[in-house]
Write a protein of this length. Structure first.
Length: 249
């Protein structure tokens, strides 16, 4: 069983630390991140999450306020609070929190909290339902991305290509680029495989946005895409063979 997880914390380093810790737990798939409770609420209404890893002290609506609000939603996600403050534990459990973890994160403690959620889902029978509904729930045609500290939902049809730069992953639209909180491998699983093609270890391209295919050298190519800059996306030799078969040229 895979838990579809949303991380909510107003501090980027804290989200990265939690993402890293969760990446070591096989049963968790991080599907989104939010920098505040309002953004998180929008994402929760758009996608069926299994578990929410939620900070408490955030600008605007607090994590406790969000926990209360989502209990009123149909099929709310389970909530695990991850916070630097120990004084809110009682209030957290008042809004049906599954667990309450203090920062800095202890990985054994985190795994124990995840196991509590898994146990609850199995006991309620939601585990089988989550497994059967995983593909439709994930492929909603939009990607949560970040720009200027805000989470935006990028339409799949607006994606020109996705690329890595250093340790970061970005999605490029016609005129903008946004930070993503997924690996390219995770994105390959989320995106429509008939449209999005892994051209290179660092690039995924929307084939509907490719305008030209230019031979480069040693069996590699460049793909000219339909963005404002008419960018060129590299196509490796190994992937060129697959794309040639796919397109029939």
């Amino acid at each position: 069983m895979k838990l579809r997880a949303l991380i909510v914390d107003d501090e980027y380093p804290a989200r990265q630390e939690l993402r890293y810790a969760l990446s070591k737990i096989d049963n968790v798939e991080i599907v989104g991140e939010a920098a505040n409770a309002q953004e998180a609420l929008s994402l929760i209404k758009a996608l069926d999450y299994s578990v929410l890893f939620l900070d408490i002290a955030m600008p605007g609506m607090s994590g406790l306020d969000l926990g209360a609000v989502i209990q009123e939603l149909p099929n709310p996600p389970h909530v695990i609070y991850v916070t630097a403050y120990d004084e809110y534990a009682v209030k957290a459990f008042d809004v049906n929190a599954v667990d309450y973890i203090l920062k800095p994160i202890d990985e054994k403690r985190l795994r124990k909290a995840v196991n509590k959620v898994l146990k609850l889902m199995r006991e309620s029978g939601n585990g089988a339902e989550a497994a059967t509904q995983a593909e439709p729930a994930i492929r909603i045609g939009r990607l949560p991305a970040e720009k200027n500290g805000k989470t935006v939902l990028v339409n799949e049809s607006d994606i020109v290509y996705i690329f890595t730069e250093g340790d970061a992953v970005y999605v490029k639209t016609f005129a903008d680029r946004y930070l993503l909180h997924f690996t390219l491998k995770e994105l390959e699983a989320r995106l429509n495989p008939t449209i999005f093609f892994r051209t290179h270890r660092c690039f995924i391209v929307n084939l509907h946005k490719v305008k030209e295919i230019i031979p480069f050298f040693n069996g590699t190519y460049s793909l000219v895409v339909d963005d404002k800059e008419r960018s060129e996306v590299p196509l490796s030799r190994a992937q060129a063979k697959k794309l040639r078969r796919l397109l029939g040229f």
